[in-house]
Design a binder for this molecule. Structure first.
Ligand SMILES: Cc1ncc(COP(=O)(O)O)c(C=O)c1O
Length: 404
């Protein structure tokens, strides 16, 4: 079968691949500890579900405007205006099916063949694949574990060429958990503004920042380049609403109007009931967001401690999101398990623990572990992982710390 050529440059998301295999095993009756999933284990807050029930009971089940009901666009505008001390209006907001569609709309509306789009790696693969789907060329600036995966303005600006159309910054970052420092965001924004380059900020994990560090990317960007800033985010991670498909983009009116045209011809409005739930999430009590954040922090600290007790597992403590991204090259060898893909495959097969190999994030030698699961399951997963490592060590497939 022949498919459109654009399909040859993208592949199945590796995160989805792992969860599909874990799911297959689970359905076959295996007790899988899933540390691969990129979604909260918490339930959606009750008041949000109540709003959805009320919408359903009131027959709020028809088409809405493609960009979402004004009440929701207003709620997003108000939420960002007050949290980030900026002034955003409803006509600068479009409601989309998750941050994923918000980012996709922006890519399709902005990027052309021959455009270059700069982002940082290790990256969430969809960012790069969406650039390719829009026919543009991704330019990846690598960040490094040695300095906590810092996203450095200098390196990003050095990658500018006359073809640079946009920069995509993901902070907090999936998979590294790094935050871009405000000073770096300022330097990037100033340089981008001077050259007419767009900045797209993927802020999907914006509520999952563990320490009170200044991180007002919205204000930095809107103060400096209101005409070339796009903010994409969603209710998915902040409010434990991944399945509802509830996200948004904030940008200049003209760009949002173009996203509206595109969305109007593709998916149209997101689910009407989800929109009512989204309004309740943004305008209702926020205490559950804090409860979840506190729990993620406890899990992060615990699992980080357990893993790094083995000197072969080197791991930056993440500042945000809910992933650990350990470097495990010392567990690999040319005669045993050679890559983190093989490691993940073997671990799932042997001890039924699902992790995501670094190759999918353009980061061989690393794997991603999601701690969006209960502390008991995390403990069980790490115990199984260490049992697996010990067994491989015994059989000579993994170098022992002593003979490295
Ligand atoms: C960095 C990043 N951006 C965007 C998304 C998309 O999330 P959603 O479409 O559920 O809002 C994800 C999901 O995992 C993500 O990790």
């Amino acid at each position: 079968m022949t498919f459109a050529s654009r399909m040859s440059c993208v592949s199945v998301s590796p995160t989805l691949k792992v969860s599909a295999e874990a799911d297959r095993l689970r359905r076959a009756g295996v007790d899988v500890v899933d540390l691969g999933a990129g979604e909260p284990d918490f339930g959606t807050p009750k008041h949000v579900k109540d709003a959805a029930h009320a919408a359903l009971n009131a027959n709020f089940t028809k088409y809405t405007p493609a960009a979402g009901v004004v009440e929701f666009r207003d709620a997003v505008a108000h939420d960002y205006s007050s949290r980030y001390r900026v002034s955003i209006k409803a006509d600068q907001v479009i409601i989309s099916a998750g941050a994923k569609q918000a980012l996709y709309n922006a890519a399709m509306v902005l990027f052309d063949r021959r455009d270059e789009v700069i982002t940082h790696g290790p990256f969430w693969p969809t960012i790069v694949d969406q650039i390719k789907l829009a026919d543009a060329t991704p330019v990846v600036v690598q960040t490094h574990r040695e300095d906590g995966f810092a996203i450095k303005a200098g390196a990003m600006i050095d990658a500018f060429t006359p073809k640079t159309k946009a920069i995509i910054v993901n902070s907090p970052c999936n998979p590294t958990g790094a935050l871009i420092a405000e000073a770096d965001m300022i330097a990037i924004a100033d340089a981008a503004a001077a050259r007419g380059i767009w900045v797209i900020a993927d802020m999907t994990y914006e509520h999952l920042i563990y320490d009170p560090v200044p991180h007002n990317l919205v204000k930095i960007l809107l103060d400096r380049m209101p005409d070339r800033t796009v903010i994409c985010s969603s209710a998915s991670k902040s409010y434990a609403m991944t399945g509802w498909r509830c996200g948004w983009a904030i940008g200049p009116k003209a760009l949002i109007a173009q996203c509206n045209v595109l969305q109007g011809h593709s998916t149209s409005n997101i689910n009407s009931i989800t929109q009512k739930a989204g309004i309740a999430a943004l305008t209702g009590p926020q205490d559950e967001v804090t409860v979840m954040l506190d729990d993620y922090r406890r899990r992060r600290d615990a699992v980080h401690g357990w893993l790094t007790a083995d000197p072969r597992i080197v791991c930056v403590k993440p500042s945000g999101a809910f992933y650990l991204f350990p470097y495990v090259a010392d567990l690999l060898s040319p005669t045993g398990i050679k890559t983190t893909s093989e490691l993940a495959e073997a671990m799932l097969k042997e001890v039924a623990v699902a992790i995501t190999p670094g190759e999918g994030f353009d980061a061989p030698g690393f794997f991603r572990l999601s701690y969006a699961t209960s502390i008991e399951r995390l403990r069980e997963g790490v115990d199984r992982m260490f049992a697996f490592i010990a067994a491989l060590e015994k059989s000579g497939k993994i170098p022992t710390p002593a003979n490295r």
